[in-house]
Design a binder for this molecule. Structure first.
Ligand SMILES: NC(=O)c1ccc[n+]([C@@H]2O[C@H](COP(=O)([O-])OP(=O)(O)OC[C@H]3O[C@@H](n4cnc5c(N)ncnc54)[C@H](OP(=O)(O)O)[C@@H]3O)[C@@H](O)[C@H]2O)c1
Length: 248
């Protein structure tokens, strides 16, 4: 009888804890979360107890993301219908942190003679217009969130001051993303939003290649810390994964 009482009490305590936990835990949405830095973000935020919504262009293939414990949602950031459908499925869901992570880097346009304008347009559609489109569509969700953080995954290659040239499309698309970051930060500041551009370091992913300096763990551990320390003073700025300011 006593054992039954203990079992009942501990079950009730566990249920109570789960309800309290579910109410308190924050939600992060990460685009392009099926591999690379996005997948690592999903794992890291799950470990911290966040509800994670991870998007993938092909959710049926996003097994690692699902195994990480994320809610997997379909999203192609270049496709207006796909973005609108995501917003509709997430209607009423509060999002605390949006991480616009999806990106592409086609290295063919290393010099002027090699520029391909289809690639240029596609790179801008994914890297610059994509984050803006997603942010616009999910603004009601972000307004309902507690934290009001928007993180645009940029690159130091988007810094004009630090540029050593080459790769016209990627660099310029990230520079455009930085400008969008600044505009969003100014427009949304009165509502308590903090909007930043972050550079993850040179990271060993499909994009970064195997010779890159940092593992996804190292990069994302730094990025999560930087995001956790964001406040109104840091709004509208450009940082690397160690929290150092990068010149525009
Ligand atoms: N790795 C680095 O060294 C480095 C350095 C500086 C900045 N960054 C930035 O960090 C971010 C993540 O990079 P990563 O290295 O993790 O890249 P990655 O391994 O190539 O992964 C890119 C992710 O973006 C997704 N994606 C591509 N096009 C998309 C679209 N149209 N709609 C939705 N998702 C799309 C990919 O999905 P699919 O699997 O469907 O293609 C994938 O999930 C990018 O914004 C990148 O520019 C990376």
């Amino acid at each position: 009888m006593k054992a039954l009482q203990i079992l009942l009490i501990s079950t009730l305590l566990l249920i109570g804890y789960r309800i309290a936990y579910a109410e308190e835990s924050s939600t992060v949405l990460i685009t392009g979360a099926n591999r690379g830095i996005g997948l690592e973000y999903a794992r890291a935020y799950r470990e911290l107890g966040y509800q994670v919504i991870g998007t993938a262009r092909r959710p049926e293939q996003a097994n690692e993301l699902r195994e990480a414990g994320a809610r997997v949602e379909q999203l192609d950031v270049t496709d207006a219908a796909s973005v609108a459908a995501l917003a509709e499925r997430l209607d009423g869901v509060a999002i605390d942190i949006l991480i616009n992570n999806a990106g592409i880097f086609d290295r063919a346009d290393v010099s002027l003679d090699k520029i391909d304008f289809d690639t240029m347009e596609r790179t801008f559609r994914v890297n610059a217009f994509g984050p803006l489109r997603v942010t616009q569509a999910l603004l009601p969700n972000l307004r309902a969130g507690k934290d009001k953080r928007i993180v645009n995954m940029s690159s130091q290659m988007g810094s004009i001051e630090n540029s050593s040239g080459r790769w016209y499309a990627y660099r310029a698309s990230k520079t455009a993303l930085n400008q969008f970051t600044k505009s969003l930060s100014v427009e949304l500041a009165p509502e308590g939003f903090v909007v930043v551009a972050l550079h993850p370091g040179w990271v060993r992913t499909d994009m970064g290649g195997e010779n890159a300096t940092y593992s996804t763990d190292e990069s994302v551990a730094g990025l999560v810390k930087v995001i956790g320390e964001l406040d109104s003073e840091r709004n509208g700025r450009f940082f690397d994964f160690e929290g150092k300011t990068i010149p525009w």
